[in-house]
Design a protein around this ligand. Sequence first.
Ligand code: GLY
Length: 404
Amino acid sequence: MIKYKTLILSFSITCLAAPVFAQGDVAKAFSFAAKQTTFMLKEVDSAKAHANNPALVSPRNLKPDGTLGLINSKDWCSGFFPGELWFLYEYTKDAKWLAPAKDYTANIEREKDDATSHDVGFKVYNSAGNAYRLTRDPHYKEVLIRAATTLSRRFNPVVGSLQSWNARNGWKFPVIIDNMMNLELLFEATHLSGDSSFYKIAVAHANTAMKNHFRADNSSFHVVDYDPETGKILHRVTHQGFADSSAWARGQAWGLYGYTLCYRETRNKAYLEQAQKIAKFILSNPNLPADLVPYWDFNDPAIPNVPRDASAAAIMASALYELSTYSTANSKLYKTTADKIVKSLSDRYQSKPDENHGFLLLHSMGHKPAKSEIDVPIIYADYYYMEALLRKDRLAKRRPVVIR
Ligand code: GLY
């Protein structure tokens, strides 16, 4: 692992003159991703054999003892690796990725019925959503509609929001900014089924979050807790950030991506403006490092001596590529910034080949307050990094940046 101080020094030297990420760099990054994922498939098999627990179906992280962390299908991260396999199939067009993509997707399909959190969206959309997009197999369509129906059951019309987590920590109806990501499943279900109720729930949730999650500086609270009977706000707090009043980096990334996708789906200018306000908060933040890979929380007072979050950077890059296609005033800024982020990630945050059990990116932050997944490879960083690469590739080929 590179030490933070070394990272900071080398970034400030190299990033001053960082060239933008070129098209050839996408091919190089995907070639690395393909080799590394081939390695990961073997590593997963061997970790599974060692664990001797058939419920462990997807890779999630590098554990503190250096072993590969496997998870069961219920874990919120179970859909990311299947999604990566679909991305590799899409980019390489090599049929060798089809069987593992289908198998890993099938392993978590049962999650379409798990109504215990909003994470059904992360799990099913990133796996079966990509599967349907690339195969048009009607089975995946049914899985997606079923998952959206499951997620919809968490909608409370009094609050005007989906409930992200069940009551916990003294919260009655916690809604987290991350939940914006799972609206994509609902929008997709309306496209697939013609049933507008999914769309309406997504819009209501986005409007409520836009009203209640954001501060005057356009940073967002992580958790807003409501009274489910009255819709009254009970708490505005953090779960994974430095403080209730701080800007947890991945939360800002989820919001950026979420409002960008809401604009794509609705063409409501308010969502475009919200996404641009979030982008402004991030990109003009004095605590954003020169390499554009944020510290884990924008307001940690120990900055610069704190870990980065490569996952937040990857999510931001993917979102900014899409946002660049909607914004008129800032299109170039967003595109160039996304290029710089993927360049930083590719040049400085990549694992060495055949190391780290096949993860692509180092230096992500899972849950610092819980002392969990500190400065390690985590699967969702790789997923959004690969998605950003695909979006870059489509932009260069003048194809729609988001293909459904
Ligand atoms: N949805 C949980 C996280 O971003 O860590």
